[in-house]
Design a protein around this ligand. Structure first.
Ligand SMILES: CCCCC/C=C\C/C=C\C/C=C\CCCCC(=O)SCCNC(=O)CCNC(=O)[C@H](O)C(C)(C)COP(=O)(O)OP(=O)(O)OC[C@H]1O[C@@H](n2cnc3c(N)ncnc32)[C@H](O)[C@@H]1OP(=O)(O)O
Ligand code: FAD
Length: 631
């Protein structure tokens, strides 16, 4: 059958709610989501097997983005589709893949790493997988309460299998963390297998359709061949064959961090669409007292809140793709046995995941606040987008912890620079900074990029000097590192910002040569706005570390305000260009037709509190008190 995926999915009635999901109980929400998740999975499987074919060109992306509208929250199969399959594809041997990656597999899986006691410091994970050579099996075990797995999406009720991260023991020797495939529920009855204690962890700020779960193993046995064995092997006699790089097991985290950048760009485009469209409809106060009330989008302070969100969505889209391509390149190299580029990719993914999630959640919240009181309504969809986005600051590597990973990388290059050893081209500016080869400040995008590099160098130097000072004062390295950690994270953050500015500007300039002149002008305005915004936000750092002057900052401020005015006429067009359907946006404030107040009233009428003219609580609780008082 030939289909157009958007129309096909939008026409599946069971996927769309009559009652907004906020009115459902925790249990009903999950049941509703799981019903839809399996309809979507069926469509994906049919697409995969070719039983249905598509007439539009972006199918998986379309299905993915439409999901936001279908679930309003999150697909309970997200980890099954996004992490379980991709980890098997990346880390299982060819034979294992042939056995497990069947499109009609009975396995519904999840990725089980975090424990009650350990999330960030994964070397501290306590679940054990002990090889028993007499039976050719691993014994999975949860030795104590803190070793219970806690958090994995879909683990609570949905999954019947999982990839478990556990410490591998062979003949009493611990070989560190490895990944194992374990069945946890019967495929037919869905009852937990003997030796498995599994359940759901309860309501959260968001992600409430994702049935995040807990899991404990009581000496649960799995075949030896269930350890993921592409990069590392345990042979029948218990021989351990080491991987080529000991962090290859962490590959799924690396990939998800890269993927997340683009997902966050998409969340930002949704928030921007809602807030900009609403700001074009909403009128409040005249600017001059004798004039009619103005669209709130005409207030320059409102433009300041919103246009940076539009620009940031483009930044993360561009940088997300750039990282995706880097990941593809490095993975191909690793396949050939060359691990040389892995540390750089890891360092970039860590700081970009950290900053993109932090920026996205801050800007989504800014959009919500920019919609005034109505932004606080669930029907605006901004609270849900915020709850979804802010989770990304923590999951898949907590913000500070990831920035500190990138700091290790920066410190290594600073050490080379300080010791006057050769540096790679992309860190040549460290040497310039040491030699005080400062460029004269230029009030241009290129000048700002140079200025941001000076900030990275200056902050890395400051952190490095503190580290060295702590060491000279007799501290051990780890303690000295901890004492310098505020400065180290500052250096990483600056590094991420300089990368974002440089990649976005260069890619935009390149893209501008391939599009119409009028489009190129708008794209460059957005890119320039992004750079100016952050230069002004970080003007204190620029004053400390670059050659910028007070006059330069004043000039930047004027240019920034000029850019706001230039972008204003295109603001609605720019968010329309994100091309997000009303069914996906799910917002009374952001729909394409601008019927904001009508939609708000329509949504309010769905409140169960409006079903009866007089709610029974009046008779039960209110009247007895108020009438008694009257007597
Ligand atoms: C999910 C679907 C995918 C699609 C995505 C699309 C949209 C997403 C939308 C929604 C997502 C929905 C759900 C969210 C899912 C969330 C899933 C999870 O959260 S899974 C759990 C994630 N957990 C973490 O990320 C834990 C963070 N901690 C760590 O990664 C590590 O503990 C560590 C901080 C990196 C430290 O590790 P360790 O102690 O082993 O390291 P050290 O021995 O200190 O050595 C550091 C050394 O290693 C290098 N390194 C570390 N990691 C890697 C890596 N991945 N690759 C390469 N190299 C690595 C590091 O550079 C150091 O090197 P050196 O400095 O030279 O010593
Ligand atoms: C919505 C959601 C979905 C999730 N899904 C999954 C999943 O599918 N599978 C899975 O396995 N896990 C999942 N997780 C777990 C998630 O990966 C962890 O919560 C995350 O990695 C953070 O670890 P933590 O909770 O241990 O935080 P902690 O590490 O305890 O962080 C607490 C604080 O301590 C600080 N801190 C910790 N270590 C250091 C350090 N070395 N230096 C400086 N500061 C430090 C942090 O900065 C933070 O401020 C999910 C979590 C959420 C919220």
């Amino acid at each position: 059958m030939m289909i157009h995926t958007n129309n096909y999915i939008l026409n599946i009635k069971e996927l769309w709610d009559d009652v907004p999901e906020e009115y459902l109980s925790h249990k009903e929400r999950y049941e509703n989501a799981i019903k839809k998740a399996f309809i979507v999975l069926k469509v994906l499987r049919q697409l995969h097997t070719g039983n249905i074919q598509i007439t539009d060109h972006r199918t998986p992306t379309n299905v993915y983005s439409i999901q936001d509208g279908i679930f309003r929250n999150v697909n309970p199969l997200l980890i099954h589709i996004g992490l379980f399959w991709s980890t098997i594809a990346a880390q299982a041997s060819t034979e294992q893949q042939a056995e497990w990656l069947q499109p009609d597999s009975s396995m519904i899986g999840t990725y089980v790493q975090t424990e009650l006691g350990h999330g960030s410091f994964i070397r501290g994970i306590e679940t054990t997988a002990t090889y028993d050579s007499t039976t050719d099996e691993f014994i999975l075990h949860t030795p104590r309460l803190s070793a219970y797995k806690w958090w994995p999406g879909g683990l609570g009720n949905t999954a019947n299998a999982c990839l478990v991260m556990a410490q591998l023991y062979i003949n009493g020797t611990c070989h560190g963390l490895h990944i194992f495939l374990a069945q946890i529920r019967d495929f037919d009855t869905h009852k937990p297998l003997p030796g498995i204690k599994v359940g759901e962890i309860g309501p959260k700020m968001g992600f409430n359709t994702a049935d995040n779960g807990f899991l404990g193993f009581d000496n649960h046995r799995i075949p030896r061949t269930n350890m993921l064995m592409k990069n590392v092997q345990v042979l029948r006699d218990g021989t351990y064959v080491k991987p080529k790089h000991d962090k290859l097991t962490y590959g799924s985290m690396l990939l998800t961090r890269v993927t997340l950048i683009s997902d966050l760009a998409y969340q930002l485009s949704k928030a921007a669409t809602i807030a900009v469209r609403y700001s074009a409809v909403r009128r409040q106060s005249p600017i001059k007292s004798n004039e009619p009330e103005r669209q709130i989008l005409d207030f320059v302070s409102q433009q300041h809140k919103l246009f940076i969100t539009i620009a940031s969505s483009h930044v993360y889209r561009v940088v997300g793709l750039w990282m995706w391509n880097s990941h593809k390149r490095v993975t191909a190299d690793i396949h050939e046995g060359n691990m040389g580029q892995l540390p750089e990719l890891h360092a970039l993914a860590c700081c970009l995941k950290a900053i993109s999630s932090r920026d996205a959640s801050a800007l989504v919240e800014q959009c919500r606040l920019a919609c005034g009181g109505h932004g606080y309504m669930m029907a605006s969809n901004l609270p849900q987008i915020y709850a979804y986005t802010t989770a990304a600051v923590t999951y898949e590597g907590e913000y500070t912890v990831l920035l500190l990973q990138t700091a290790r990388y920066l410190v290594k290059f600073w050490r080379l620079a300080a010791e006057h050893k050769p540096l790679p081209q992309n860190f040549a500016y460290f040497e310039d900074y040491i030699k005080k080869n400062f460029e004269q400040w230029r009030n241009s995008p290129e000048g700002i990029i140079e200025g941001f590099k000076a900030i990275v160098a200056g902050k890395t130097k400051a952190a490095y000097d503190t580290l060295q000072c702590n060491l000279r004062n007799g501290r051990e390295f780890e303690e000295a590192w901890n004492m310098a950690s505020v400065q180290l994270t500052n250096a990483s953050e600056a590094y991420a910002r300089s990368l974002l500015c440089e990649v976005f500007w260069k890619e935009t300039v390149q893209l501008s040569t391939k599009v119409s002149k009028s489009l190129a002008i708008v794209l460059e305005q957005l890119a320039e706005l992004y750079l100016m915004y952050w230069a002004l936000e970080k003007h204190g750092d620029l004053l400390l570390y670059s050659t910028i002057s007070r006059n330069d900052i004043e000039a930047l401020q004027s240019r920034y305000e000029e850019l706001l005015a230039l972008i204003r006429p295109n603001a609605v067009g720019l968010v329309d260009a994100f091309d997000i359907r009303d069914e996906v946006l799910c917002s009374t404030l952001g729909a394409y037709d601008g019927r904001v107040y009508e939609r708000m009233m329509e949504e309010a009428s769905k409140s169960p509190l409006n079903e009866d003219v007089v709610n029974e609580s009046f008779h039960k609780y209110i009247r007895p008190v108020t009438m008694k008082n009257k007597l």
